[in-house]
Design a binder for this molecule. Sequence first.
Ligand code: PEP
Ligand code: MG
Length: 899
Amino acid sequence: SLSVYKFGNKKADGGKELKNLLGGKGANLAEMSRIGIPVPPGFTITTEVCTQYTQEGQKTVIERIEPEVRQAIEEIEATMGAVFGDDENPLLLSVRSGARVSMPGMMDTVLNLGLNEEAVKGLIQKTGNERFVWDSYRRFIQMYSGVVLGLKPENKEDLDPFEEIIEHLKEKRNITLDTDFTVQDLKDLVFDFKEVVRKRTGKAFPSDPWDQLWGAVIAVFNSWNGDRALYYRKMHGYPEDWGTAVNVQAMVFGNMGQDSATGVCFTRDAGTGENKFNGEYLINAQGEDVVAGVRTPLQITKLGSQRWAELAQVSEEERLEQFPSLEEVMPELYKELFEYQRALENHYRDMQDMEFTIQQGKLWILQTRNGKRTGAAMVKIAMDLLREGLLDEKTALNRIDPIKLDELLHPVFDPQALKKAHVIAQGLPASPGAATGQIVFFADEAAKFKNSILVRIETSPEDLEGMNIARGIVTARGGMTSHAAVVARGMGKCCVSGAGALKINYKTRTLKVGDHEYQEGDWISINGSTGNILEGKVATREPELSGEFAELMELSDKFALMDVRTNADNPRDARIARSFGARGIGLTRTEHMFFEVDRIKAMREMILADTVKGRKTALNKLLPMQREDFEGIFEAMEGFPVTIRLLDPPLHEFVPHELATQRDMAEDLHISLEAVKAKVAELSEFNPMMGHRGCRLGNTYPEITEMQARAIIEAALNVKKEKGIESMPEIMVPLVGTVKEFLLQKEIIQNTAEETFKRYKDRIPYTIGTMMEIPRATLLADQIAEHADFFSFGTNDLTQMTFGYSRDDAGKFLQVYLEKGILKHDPFEVLDREGVGQLVRMGTERGRQNKPKLKVGICGEHGGEPSSVAFCHEVGMNYVSCSPYRVPIARVAAAQAAI
Ligand code: PEP
Ligand code: MG
């Protein structure tokens, strides 16, 4: 088989189906050439040669492939009318690596290969452009020495040795831009660069073009086994024998005069998704100049240019003179470019991002790839391509990265403002969105400013109200399922958690990062989609949901086999989730209702009571409040099923831990401060997450279960009577580990329900089920299923207890574990299929052994994470449940899993 695949001249030995052999870049170059797009001619040395090189060494491999390489270069020479290694009419080449997936740490690019002192003279003769040639030469030496000869800074604090020389010369010449160098300066640079090479390598810079070429090819192969590439491969599980291809291609120059140009273009708008060809170009320039912003690039289309002129308030005359479009300057070439971009988009059936160069009136396409785009553009383009008939429904759905839908649902930072903002610190992107406000350090002071950002070491349920008031939340500790993160996502509130660099001092009300200090009241902005914490105010804008978004949702529901429900604790969240298409509630955490001012009092009274009678008195005060909440939720859910979970957290979360609030509590309840302190001490546990919580509460204080069951059943009966809504309550017992503890709770619920039905002289249907969140429960799932109507996997606790990682403390070491590759993902974010997943699968299977129709769902945070949703589909769950703002993500993920 071939070692070298040629492309160019509208032909190619390979094509896009040979990605494994030619790498992504090589396969695309071949494909373009094959469909008649003019790419600079070249060839790809296959990934197999890379593997042979690793096994057999340099000499054998070069000997073997040399005849093919020479022949391929002859073809390039014929097409380009120049000769590789010739002094008078030199052909210059670019050399790039290209594995089947793009990989950081691989050798990047060497341009202008083939230059030496003689070729420089010849090229000056040929082009008449001395500056261009010397500049190309010094760039070549610099690039080649860096990537091929491995000339790096000696100490990590040092500048790149070549940059150091450049800086030095600029200082001496008192200039700031590379473009200000004279021809003599460039010649001096070349001389100095070569000296550095001689000193550092002990050899002269290679002047023979063939030596240069083999050097570059071998460097690409070596980079496949470089430290960074190895690390990256290990992390992603890419095998060593994939190897990398090497792409060698004729150089084309956009800087050979007024009939030359270079640019970047997109087949559609990458920001909005509009079907408008657009891009930028520069006359007489090289690719880098467009990106580097040395000169202001011009618009490719006339329409783009006019739009731009309008914004910049430039008159039509000025526009035509100084900022004309390519469409106006080179109409024929523009037409050609326009046709290629259409052809490429139709061919790849996706929005393309292309690079092109015009060399002396001839258009070359250098690269095409599927263009990066915003979430909004992603949705619009996929739905447009579907409508245009370029994609079928399933392919259009698969074009959606569900996570990116987040961008559409929360307020967003203005991208321009974001570019200018200063990043203070980086945390975890716990809850997406954009928020700007003044720093407060205490939840009960969240209302101190109109817009506040609550900055805490960590949050607790006591902070709930303040979190709700604040625009956004930052914590120094805690991971993706820390209290702050879970609550914030539920609220759709922007949150950055686990920003370890923040040194928060509650006493001085300051926040330190490095030696920078921020005070209460200082403005900061947080980006919950990236985890960035930014200085000052950064402008935001509201998202708008498009018609295409609605189309996408409809399409998803057509294919998805699982329902998507929401986790919601109040009518407001329930309504938001309904508007996003949630078909029920998978988890209402009832404890969140107890934290409002009036309720916490009654709750504390209940906790403080030493007798059943005392507790019942306090519970009677809570009953009407809970009932009212449930009524609101049932109403909002319009008859869709609502899973309500009985009280779950350890009671100590409901009592105050600071002296001032303890005093308030003593006063409220007319007892001594000592009594309060004693109770707080009594409730304190070494390991509360494994302590007195979940159904252990309901089994030690059955009257709590009784009150909650009554509130649920009464609420459903009331809503039926008053609004005519037939609710579907599903009462859920948390943290079950033994059959008996579930049975005891079930009995209380059933008795309470029957008693209530009798009083109301009416009935409603309801079910009783359990959380699956303790490993033991999944082992005994068959026994539990005999008595339970449904299972809901609480994968937050299940992950915590399977790994033995505290969900509130794991942030401390998870970061290191991820960096070292001990874990691939944060298991609290992406369901660990290998371990926790086994328990989920087994629990489901064993449960259904005894009850084939058992309803199974998930309500841990994983219910809104696409790959975990796919796993839930595989296991055969009936539904997933997630925070309201994740409902659209889960709907698309569920559809993708099913197709
Ligand atoms: C869980 O453990 O996954 C769960 C949903 O319950 P919580 O997060 O309230 O413990
Ligand atoms: Mg739990």
